[in-house]
Design a protein around this ligand. Structure first.
Ligand SMILES: CC(C)(COP(=O)(O)OP(=O)(O)OC[C@H]1O[C@@H](n2cnc3c(N)ncnc32)[C@H](O)[C@@H]1OP(=O)(O)O)[C@@H](O)C(=O)NCCC(=O)NCCS
Length: 431
């Protein structure tokens, strides 16, 4: 049994919880650094120790964001919770992301990560997060309330690379490879406001967007796992991308550019920076480079990768999204004034009164097996994340799952729950 103890220290909260066998789950501390780093590298990737160090040694995250399970003095399991935000239409939701998870081989299967996920979710709740998102190993995180919800764009081979001075013969999207005055270079701290500006503009067309929080922009400059590149035009940053050198290719992700010329020069610069290496590009279709580079990319693979989403409190999430739902209702032109929007997750249901000023506060009630009788829709709890953040909307999910349906007012539910495009920036790059 886990007993959670929150001990207020001078400036920080420390979690201590007794686990079976005399083991202890507690907030990590500076003396754990080397052991945690070694464990992460042993069970994960080279460089995970650096990623972890950058988080815990940054005051904006700090040691409180990491927990360990210890067997005496030995760290046998660890997890870290990062602060994120997820924008849905015009509303920004505070969110958490669990990262850097590992258990020592000789301690696997004893429930350490289950306990650490409880710690992470409790900390996430205390920090006001209304959802959690993550990239993780297949299936595992479904055991802790996560569901696959948002497509991860797959990397595609660059099959038509621009030459060093590409002209009309270089392919359908060819423009000048690099105008005079263009220069690609690794980003520095001074570029951070420009990187934020370029990525904000790249994400603006997306319905759902998770930017890099400001501290992570710093960590990405200092870690070894990827390089953030900046393209200057006449001394001013106009494009950026993040690149990771893999065994078989260089992965190019998070590409953003002010204009077509910037996108062309960025690609030409990346090709020149990695001579003789094939490039694979994470395609962001709604961005300038996405549109500009697409004719040069090979086909996307058939396999699917998705971000996990966890909804800890349905009513709280719907309440946070109430301005979004109100705006969608207003934009639809449908008049349901005097009625309720009813969303049943079967074990619970949620009602929002339709008023002349939009939707009223969420009122949560008990089980409602047949929401159609109340004019409402049915959405199984594990479909709520896909419904609110995913590419299918209620119509698409209705075709996929018997426990999602719009009920009698499908016009209303289709307006409230449309398919969403999404772009999430995460510490780890998709593969
Ligand atoms: C995956 C890993 C973190 C699991 O840690 P652990 O401490 O052994 O996990 P727990 O004992 O807490 O297991 C929790 C539950 O998950 C199940 N489980 C454990 N490993 C699993 C796996 N790889 N896939 C699916 N289920 C798994 C357990 O049976 C247990 O189920 P239960 O609580 O219903 O009985 C650990 O094996 C590891 O470090 N692997 C290498 C690094 C890695 O993959 N990290 C995750 C990156 S996202």
């Amino acid at each position: 049994m886990c007993a959670w103890g929150w001990c207020a220290g001078h400036t920080r909260h420390v979690t201590i919880s007794d686990l079976p066998g005399g083991l202890v789950l507690r907030t990590a501390r500076a003396a754990d650094l080397d052991q945690i780093g070694a464990l992460l590298v042993d069970r994960g990737e080279e460089g995970d120790d650096v990623d972890h160090r950058l988080v815990v040694q940054d005051d904006d995250a700090g040691w409180e964001s990491c927990a360990v399970v210890v067997d005496g003095d030995r760290v046998v399991s660890t997890a870290t919770l990062l602060d994120e935000t997820v924008r849905v239409d015009g509303v920004v939701l505070p969110a958490g992301q669990v990262e850097l998870v590992a258990t020592a081989t000789d301690h696997e299967g004893r429930g350490h990560v289950r306990a650490l996920m409880e710690w992470a979710h409790e900390r996430s709740r205390a920090r006001g997060h209304v959802l959690q998102v993550m990239i993780g190993i297949p299936y595992f995180y479904r055991l802790f309330g996560y569901e696959y919800a948002i497509d991860i764009p797959r990397a595609r081979d660059l099959v038509d690379a621009p030459g060093p001075a590409a002209g009309p013969a270089a392919g359908p999207a060819a423009g000048p490879a690099a105008a005079t005055g263009d220069a690609l270079r690794p980003a520095t701290r001074a570029d951070l406001p420009h990187l934020a500006r370029l990525q904000d503009a790249a994400q603006a067309p997306y319905d759902v967007a998770a930017p890099h929080p400001e501290p992570r922009r710093r960590w990405l400059l200092d870690h070894g796992g990827s390089t953030t590149w900046v393209l200057d035009r006449d001394g001013s940053p106009v494009a950026t991308a993040r690149a990771r050198v893999d065994d078989d290719a260089v992965l190019v992700a998070e590409a953003a550019a002010e204009d077509d010329d910037g996108a062309d020069a960025l690609l030409a610069g990346l090709v020149a920076r990695y001579p003789g290496r094939p490039l694979r590009v994470v395609h962001r279709p709604l961005t300038v480079p996405g549109r500009r580079w697409e004719p040069r990319l090979g086909p996307a693979g058939e396999d699917v990768e998705q971000y996990y989403v966890r909804v800890p409190d349905e009513g709280a999430l719907l309440e946070a999204l109430r301005p979004v739902l109100s705006a969608r209702l207003a934009a639809s032109g449908l008049d349901r004034t005097g009625g309720d929007v009813v969303v049943s997750t079967f074990r619970r249901h949620h009602r929002l009164a339709v008023t002349a000023d939009g939707l009223g506060p969420v009122r949560t009630g008990g089980a409602l097996q047949s929401p159609g009788a109340a004019g409402g829709c049915g959405v199984a709890p594990d479909a709520l994340g896909p419904l609110l953040f995913g590419p299918h909307g209620i119509e698409g999910l209705t075709r996929r799952r018997p426990d999602v349906y719009p009920g009698p007012d499908s016009e209303l539910m289709t307006a409230l729950f449309p398919p969403r495009t999404a772009d999430l920036l995460t510490y780890y790059l998709p593969w």
